[in-house]
Write a protein that binds this ligand. Structure first.
Ligand code: PRP
Length: 188
């Protein structure tokens, strides 16, 4: 698996350091918001499937009460280009009047998050923000406000730490650039 990687873009250590910083910031930003009467927990909404590795580390870097839920949105086929966005699995939690942070692995065109924000805003949360490990601003087609960003990265095809190519490579502990011939073959 490691032989398929052309270059490591973000190391395991860099990820852990940044995740700890993001967890601290989120804890500070939401401490008072969730301490009301009655107290509530911060709801972290993870996007399946790419966000689960980031989410599992991030939640342990947050030191205020959190609750988890998951939503499934499919935006890609097996290739590398964005296709149609559709909801494939909904939340179990009623998010009305809740403070919600969407946790995402990567913002690319912005289509997935734009769709999701519209969908969740309609459910009247108390607040809604996005936390994404990776941001590829060069690829943006739809404007989207990402409050918490781990790393801005160039327009390269990345895998690892939850990100896949054709469902593989998610378990790499770092973010790496996939060798071009591996995904070009599949796309042709
Ligand atoms: C990927 C990624 C984001 C989305 C970003 O999801 O996890 O959710 O694409 O792309 P966009 O900004 O262009 O919309 P994918 O559909 O590959 O599913 P996955 O999370 O299961 O890997």
């Amino acid at each position: 698996m490691q032989n398929d990687i052309a270059e490591i873009l973000v190391t395991e250590e860099e990820i852990q350091t940044r995740v700890a910083e993001l967890g601290r910031r989120i804890s500070i930003d939401y401490r008072d918001k969730v301490a009301g009467d009655p107290p509530q927990s911060l709801l972290l909404v993870g996007l399946l499937r790419g966000a689960i590795v980031f989410l599992s580390d991030l939640m342990r870097a947050i030191d205020i009460p959190v609750q988890l839920d998951f939503i499934g949105i499919s935006s890609y086929g097996s290739g590398t280009e964005s296709g149609a966005v559709r909801l494939v699995m909904d939340l179990e939690t009623d998010i009305a009047a809740r403070h919600v942070v969407i946790v995402e692995d990567i913002v690319d065109t912005g289509k997935t998050l734009s769709y999701l924000v519209g969908n969740l805003e309609a459910r009247n949360p108390a607040s809604l923000r996005i936390c994404a490990l990776l941001d590829k601003p060069d690829r943006r087609m739809v404007p989207i406000e990402v409050k918490y960003v781990g790393f801005e990265i160039p327009d390269k095809f990345v895998v690892g730490y939850g990100l896949d190519f054709a469902e593989g490579y998610r378990n790499l502990p770092f973010v790496g650039v996939l060798k071009e011939h591996l995904y070009k073959v599949v796309l042709m």
